[in-house]
Design a protein around this ligand. Sequence first.
Ligand code: URA
Length: 211
Amino acid sequence: MEIESNKKSAEFNFSEADLVKRTELFKECTNIVVGDGNPDADILFVGEAPGRNEDLQGVPFVGAAGKNLDKLLDNVGLSRSDIYIANILKCRPPLNRDPMPDEIRAHTPWLLKQIRDMKPKVVCSLGNYSTKFFMSLGDVDLMKKQQGISQVHGQVQELEMEGVKFKLIPLFHPAAIIYNRTKLTPLWEEDMRIVKNFIFNNGKSKPLGLW
Ligand code: URA
């Protein structure tokens, strides 16, 4: 389903959106992709950037990676109404290329505003870019020094950004899982037990077998 472009929406008249609007990505995209799910949830998932389907619909994670995310959430009894989901970049990079440092610098003030507004207790970073952004506490220059997702997935870190304290739980990107299901699905499921433990039990261990 295509929607009329939201690029001129009066909703997006604030300074963080203005930074996005000054980028080339904004000129080339169809829609700004802000977020989806429950903005009152305690848990925020953060992906990398909209792809083609997300650009056309103005909604994050609606293409193949999104369908896989919904399935992976469903497997552990969660749905989009339990979480909110956003991206590092608000506009699609041409041909889905990797985000560039200046684009991350221009687009993440909006993500940080979302964190101030939502005050999540748990942030699940999906894949390398999102994880490295949070592990660098938003300092884009430090991102390349961070370990990759294969090293840090499932390792809970306590962070404070924008005056909001939250647990960061890095997860594999659902698109990566599509390409390596046999190896990554069990790792994702293990990591999601940690996420659920934080959502339902504040990180305290629970007797095994309850989920
Ligand atoms: N991949 C992402 O990281 N984000 C989306 O919204 C879609 C695919």
